[in-house]
Design a protein around this ligand. Structure first.
Ligand SMILES: Cc1cc2nc3c(=O)[nH]c(=O)nc-3n(C[C@H](O)[C@H](O)[C@H](O)COP(=O)(O)OP(=O)(O)OC[C@H]3O[C@@H](n4cnc5c(N)ncnc54)[C@H](O)[C@@H]3O)c2cc1C
Length: 402
């Protein structure tokens, strides 16, 4: 009898990467994705070498050729006056870390993964399939999922919850009284605009970072320089519940009020304000995190990506960590899967937990450094100015070389 497939809840970067990884070790998967279709959604993603190295092995990097931009440097500036603090070269990323550093549109990355997945007989993808529950025993896992108008069931050897920060799978594995998404008080305002709407300097192949008190800006060109991705990250003392902004407007699925953002950054350098004034519409993205878990696996079920370790985006590693998860998951299945999927998932969890938790905590710490004010900010800026670029870059080795 043909072995049951491995079920994957969620067809985002994590879920599709997991399907490709498992196919590489000969495992069949069924991906259940809530969205009725894969649409052109999202904004930019910085893909560090620890992610591109794995994507290359999955055959997904070639499709990004001509779409991704390889930044030649990271430019760091002070928000208040635009003073240059550091220029970190990324020219030798491939030589230094064995894989390129790329900025991509999330939709392009998803298309590249999808193209590989659709061409693979071992992977089946069902859209319009929202996982609603599951049970597991020694024989396997049975899931129920909602289709367009009826409930369906499917059986599998194991279940991977790659269903994002509000994971249904995680909700069933952990205690919902202590483990729930927390609004961090940090909000990302995101916009993607044509490069032609900005002076040419904004289209140069660089990742740009502006640091200020309780806020920072990241911007970089995408799609061969045709568009510019802008993220303004704002930290508020006001916490609320993540459902409404300080101005009382609903967060979700609603454009942020541009005037609110411009007021928030009004004391920043003219060039930063010019950038923030360019987009007509902004999407406001409240940032949630969850407490680190003691394990990503229970029995025949495991979590992957944001479902397992959601993180603040300050190291630009969330998607990269989901991609790393997928590679480690497939190695565990290669070692134990045929004989013992429970052992495979336990092994996956044990291998991933220390590193993913460390990156979760380091992302939070990085946010504190970016958002410093007063004397600490002065010292930070001095260190950035005086430390040689190569030494600053070497601090990323533990992340990018993995
Ligand atoms: C402002 C910002 C900037 C970022 N920048 C970067 C960056 O530069 N680099 C980087 O590496 N990361 C970055 N990230 C993080 C990155 O976006 C996430 O870590 C990554 O998308 C996680 O992928 P995932 O597949 O685990 O989850 P998701 O992308 O959330 O995908 C989950 C999928 O599951 C589906 N789903 C949900 N519930 C169900 C259900 N019940 N049944 C079926 N399907 C379901 C959803 O529709 C979705 O397709 C950033 C995040 C933010 C907010």
């Amino acid at each position: 009898m043909e072995p049951l497939p491995i079920l994957i809840a969620g067809g985002g970067v994590g879920g599709l990467s997991a399907a490709l990884a498992l196919a590489r070790v000969g495992r069949r998967t069924l991906v259940l994705e809530r969205a009725p279709a894969f649409r052109e959604v999202g904004a930019g993603l910085q893909l560090a070498p620890n992610a591109t190295r794995i994507l290359r092995a999955y055959g997904a990097l070639d499709a990004l050729e001509g779409l991704a931009v390889a930044p030649t440097q990271v430019r760091i500036r002070r928000g208040g006056d635009g003073a240059r603090l550091a220029n970190l070269s990324l020219r030798d990323a491939e030589k230094r870390w064995g894989a390129p550093y790329l900025n991509v549109h999330r939709a392009d990355l998803l298309s590249a993964l999808l193209e590989q997945a659709r061409a693979n007989d071992l992977i089946e993808i069902r859209n319009d399939a929202t996982l609603t529950g599951f049970v597991q025993d020694e024989q396997g896992v049975a899931v129920s999922y909602r289709g367009r108008d009826e409930t369906h069931r499917a059986g599998g050897e194991a279940l991977i919850g790659a269903d994002g920060v509000r994971s249904i799978v995680r909700g069933r594995l952990s205690d919902p009284r202590t483990d729930k998404p927390n609004y961090t008080g940090h909000t990302a305002w995101r916009a993607v605009i044509p490069a032609s709407a900005l002076p040419p300097a904004f289209g140069e192949p660089a990742s740009n970072l502006w640091l200020g008190e309780k806020a920072h800006i990241v911007h970089y060109p995408l799609r061969a320089g045709a568009i510019v991705n802008i993220v303004a990250l704002v930290e508020d003392d006001w916490r609320g519940d993540g459902e409404r902004g300080r101005d009382g407007a609903q967060f979700w699925d609603q454009a942020g009020d541009r005037r609110f953002l411009l007021e928030r950054f009004k004391d920043w350098a003219p060039e930063a304000l010019e950038l923030l004034s360019a987009p007509e519409t902004w999407l406001r993205w409240p940032l949630f995190d969850r407490p680190p878990l003691a394990s990503y696996a229970r029995g025949r079920t495991a979590l992957l990506g944001d479902a397992a370790h959601p993180m603040l985006p300050y190291l630009a590693q969330g998607a990269a960590q989901a991609i790393e998860d997928s590679a480690v998951l497939s190695l565990a299945f290669l070692e134990y899967g045929g004989r013992d999927p429970v052992k495979a998932l336990a092994q996956y969890s044990a291998a991933r937990l220390p590193r993913a938790s460390q990156i979760q905590l380091s992302s939070r710490k990085q946010g504190k450094i970016y958002h410093m004010a007063g004397a600490p900010a002065f010292v930070r800026d001095l260190v950035l100015r005086l430390t040689p670029s190569a030494r600053l870059m070497a601090r990323q080795n533990w992340i990018y070389s993995a």
